[in-house]
Design a protein around this ligand. Sequence first.
Ligand code: 13P
Length: 334
Amino acid sequence: MNLDQLTDIAEKMVAPGKGILAADESSGTIKKRFDAIKVESTEETRRDYREMLFRTESAMKENISGVILYDETIRQKAADGTPLVRLIEAAGSIPGIKVDAGAKPLPACPGETVTEGLDGLRERLKDYHELGARFAKWRAVIDIADGIPTWTCVKTNAHALARYAALCQEANIVPIVEPEVLMDGDHDIQRCADVTEWVLKTVYEELYEQRVVLEGTILKPNMIVPGKKSAKQVSVEEVAERTIMVLERCVPVAVPGIAFLSGGQSDEQATAHLDAMNRIGGFPWNMTFSYGRALQAAPQKAWSGKKENIPAAQKAFAHRARMNGLASLGEWSK
Ligand code: 13P
């Protein structure tokens, strides 16, 4: 493991004014997104769509520090034969790769999942590094409902995250550690805060036990928000204050950066929350975005699978990237 290299990459991933584009939707998830815009999901349409994003020069150069790719994409070539990875690098952005194999039902824990993918991971990481990946992502999923999450679920997912992170560092790849507490339920913000605090404390304990060097990691957490179906929605400021409070209780100062997931928030909410946190400031990490839906919903809609819509779609992507870049500095305004 080369710690200097790892910390250098991690710091670039959360450079001021920049954040990460999560374009690592699995084939199943991208099909769902394409269904919504009435585009058939084929190897070619997926390539065309992602190529369009990676060729959005202003966004890629100014606001996107790294791109999380899916296995298919990291091996794919643009229409002119250039590997997509080279397009990302040419824009000065860093290619990354999703390496988990998805959340699978956790035995004896109804309604809960464990993220799989550790088998053969050492070999896959070596392969991905050769293909150009300098960071990776693994997403653990924690749901909130009556009686869940269980300790079994929290502990098992945290342990898998830590084993993944240790293998990444061995391969000189920066692990994005993503324990996502879902916002799907009807729970209030306090419950999200309590569960997230429990999860993060467990994750950092497991990372320590697996000898992961925190300076060479990035945390990708959820924000502290009420469940989508909660009757008690809260202000942007409350989300910002609560999120900072939970992170300050749990995340060691050695971690260079925190890149939030959007998790189903609207584009503008995700931007406003990040901006509000950075306006408060005073915390020891760079806080930025690692958004999937909140960066891509607008360009997907504008594109709708039509070549003639590419300029409009690129404009929509550049706009969201710029707004989130400003939010990472606490300088966004509507
Ligand atoms: P969302 O921003 O759409 O939640 O996606 C980010 C991500 O990479 C989830 O793993």
